[in-house]
Write a protein that binds this ligand. Structure first.
Ligand code: AMP
Length: 423
């Protein structure tokens, strides 16, 4: 049987790549405007990074990681990155970036891997665009990050955005809230879904965002985090809301937004594009003031987000917001006869040296078939080289739009084409 790609992965063929470039270019542009620089980290890391950096009770770590070791070292366990924040923090520490600058603003794009149940908008290999700010605890940066995500999505033309914001507290106030939740859910424990029964003592906040209908119904009337925030978290949250208001960002408060990962503190946010249905979360993020220390670094408050690039593309496609593919015009060099072929090859190389797209036949096609191909690649100019032209050290330039022709000496041909193409 023919070998097929693994379930939950995708091939992106040339006709789709233009869309990826389109979103990536915009992402780079907006990151520049907000002062972020790009990083690239390994696609696989020491498994311990994710165990400690994401949390063993999270779905991502407990169920979805691709973990492996190599035959020469069974002791060493690696994992394909399921997200990039832990890797960014590892790189921040390993390269001692905290000693070089007081504030670090990074962004990344790349593949992430989660062994999840594949469905539309949910893949096993997917791409995230994300950013991290390390070194500030000010709600100014929380607001900047949220503004950047919203501005990017709005600039693409997406309108039905739902921006949800919450504070999940900090190690000072969360334990008491956690206890309140345990007390609230304990009497209903048997009715919770099996996952939430497990979560009850490990991570009861996660029961609040369980998608199971019974769990949803059981959590009506649960204590809300806002009533249990310490003074610092409360003030931080109030300031964040004021900044968002000042920036004209419309948002909804969602006290149930706890997000999947253990390391979040204070701000948590998610941006949904509702028409996407079940997989409507396009981007999510939050503050993680404790993560750098958790990974043995100095106390470094931080915030970040990640955006699903496939989900963004789905949303843009749904709304017809993807650009029409640009068919670049090019030059085709049509050679008739063996001697002409060598000259055609030389001409192609000379044009390519000028970064002009030039092609010639490499399959032994007839003249008719070569012309057909020239049309297919949208060649604006076809250079015709036959025995007669070669003998006179000339070539014919055929203007494909008007069907007009011009004879040029081989010496001036590349310059002539260059001025035609570059104008
Ligand atoms: P997370 O790292 O879970 O907070 O996810 C951040 C964003 O990545 C989500 O809002 C989604 O847009 C996207 N995402 C997460 N998991 C997947 C997946 N399995 N397939 C496609 N996109 C995903």
């Amino acid at each position: 049987m023919a070998i097929r790609k693994p379930r939950g992965t995708q091939d992106f063929l040339p006709e789709q790549i233009g869309n990826w470039h389109f979103i990536e270019d915009r992402m780079r542009k907006i990151c520049k405007a907000y002062g972020f620089s790009e990083i690239r980290t390994p696609v696989f890391e020491d498994t311990k990074l994710f165990l400690r950096g994401i949390g063993e009770t999270t779905d991502v770590v407990s169920k979805e990681m691709y973990t492996f070791s190599t035959s020469d070292d069974k002791e060493q366990s690696f994992t394909l990155r399921p997200e990039n924040t832990a890797s960014a923090v590892r790189a921040y520490l390993e390269n001692k970036v905290y000693g070089k600058e007081a504030l670090t603003k990074w962004y990344y794009m790349g593949s992430m891997f989660r062994h999840d149940k594949p469905q539309a908008g949910r893949y096993r290999e997917f791409h995230q665009f994300g950013a991290e700010v390390l070194g500030s605890q000010s709600p100014v940066v929380d607001s900047e990050v949220i503004c950047m995500v919203v501005q990017l999505l709005k600039d693409f033309g997406l309108q039905d955005l739902n921006v949800e914001v919450n504070s999940v507290g900090c190690p000072n106030c969360r334990p008491a809230y956690r206890q309140k939740l345990i007390e609230f859910f304990e009497p209903k424990k048997d009715q919770l879904c099996p996952t939430c029964q497990e979560r009850l003592y490990k991570n009861p906040l996660r029961i609040l965002d369980c998608k199971n209908e019974t769990c949803k119904a059981l959590s009506v009337g649960a204590p809300e985090i806002h009533e249990h925030l310490c003074e610092e978290c409360h003030a931080h949250f109030e300031e964040l809301k004021a900044f968002l208001h000042a920036a004209g960002i419309q948002y909804n408060l969602n006290p149930r937004l706890v997000r999947g990962l253990d390391y979040y503190t204070k701000t948590a946010f998610e941006v949904q594009y509702t028409p996407l249905g079940a997989q409507s979360a396009v981007a999510g993020g939050g503050r993680y003031d404790g993560l750098v220390e958790e990974l043995d670094g100095p106390h470094t408050p931080a915030i970040g987000f990640a955006m699903g690039m496939e989900r963004l593309l789905l949303a843009l496609e749904k709304q017809g917001l993807l650009p029409e593919p640009i068919v670049e015009s090019s030059v085709f060099v049509l050679a008739l006869g063996e001697a002409a072929k060598v000259e055609a090859f030389k001409i192609c190389q000379a044009l390519r040296n000028e970064y002009i797209t030039a092609e010639m036949d490499g399959q032994g096609k007839s003249m008719k078939a070569q012309l057909k191909y020239a049309n297919k690649i949208n060649a604006k100019y076809v250079i015709i080289l036959g025995d007669d032209e070669l003998a006179n050290k000339e070539a014919i330039i055929r203007f494909m739009e008007s069907s007009e022709q011009e004879t040029v000496s081989l010496d001036t041909l590349v310059n002539r084409i260059s001025s035609l193409v570059k104008g």
